[in-house]
Design a protein around this ligand. Structure first.
Ligand code: ZN
Length: 224
């Protein structure tokens, strides 16, 4: 049986990808992995656990302590507030965690290797994306090649959202029956539930649901 490992951050995109994988590989063939990389908002980890539990898939949480030791970005450094817009120096938002996706996918590939899983699924997208270069298709293609060579494996990286807008992703979630699960997902960069509605991540999510003409179930969800 072909099996898939989904990198599950607990956000809207990875939750949708989990349901994409369930449809393609079946409930028995899907696992999820979440990384505790010292993110300021521990609510993300809770969201990932809830989403995995609801979907009934095996869920592994792995620690990566190095990003918080490095600091320098608004997602792992409590001294830095999330800013809107991009830095004049780098052209990137201050929520960019350099190397994050590369490391996540490498560790995920290592876990997949150990479990005999060939397919790795990630919710990165280069349309409507947050401006992160490690979410682009060329990065992912190069990484797949590096993982295949470095692990002597035929691992396949799947990026079902790569060319979808946020509104398309919402439509896909509806088609896949993932909408209810999105009530448990977490997006807000300020770590708020209910979401703050003001940060760049909330604004992107709100725009996607509005353009798709769908009500975001998170806004109706009961507090945990
Ligand atoms: Zn927010």
């Amino acid at each position: 049986m072909q099996k898939a490992l989904v990198v599950l951050s607990g956000g809207q995109d990875s939750t949708t990808c989990l349901y994409w994988a369930l449809k393609r590989f079946g409930a028995e063939g899907v696992e999820a992995v979440t990384f505790d990389y010292g993110q300021r908002h521990r609510i993300e980890l809770r969201a990932a656990r809830k989403v995995a539990q609801r979907a009934g898939v095996r869920h592994t949480q792995l620690p990566i302590n190095t990003f918080s030791a490095l600091g320098g970005n608004a997602l792992t450094d409590g001294e830095i507030a999330v800013a809107s817009g991009v830095s004049a120096d780098t052209g990137l938002p201050n929520t960019f965690v350099p190397g994050r996706n590369l490391i996540f996918l490498t560790f995920a590939a290592a876990l997949a290797y150990q479990r005999g899983i060939r397919h790795l699924v990630t919710g990165v997208a280069q349309t409507d994306y947050s401006g992160y270069p490690d979410c682009r298709e060329n990065t992912l293609q190069a990484l797949q090649q590096a993982l295949r060579l470095g692990m002597a494996s035929d691992i396949e990286l799947h990026t079902p959202l790569m060319h979808l807008s946020k509104a398309d992703t919402v439509r896909l979630a509806v088609q896949l029956g993932a909408l209810d699960a999105l009530a448990d997902s977490h997006t807000c960069y300020n770590g708020s539930r209910p979401p703050c509605g003001q940060c760049p991540a909330c604004l992107l999510r709100t725009k996607g649901f509005a353009e798709a003409g769908v009500d975001d179930p998170l806004l109706e969800a009961l507090p945990w």
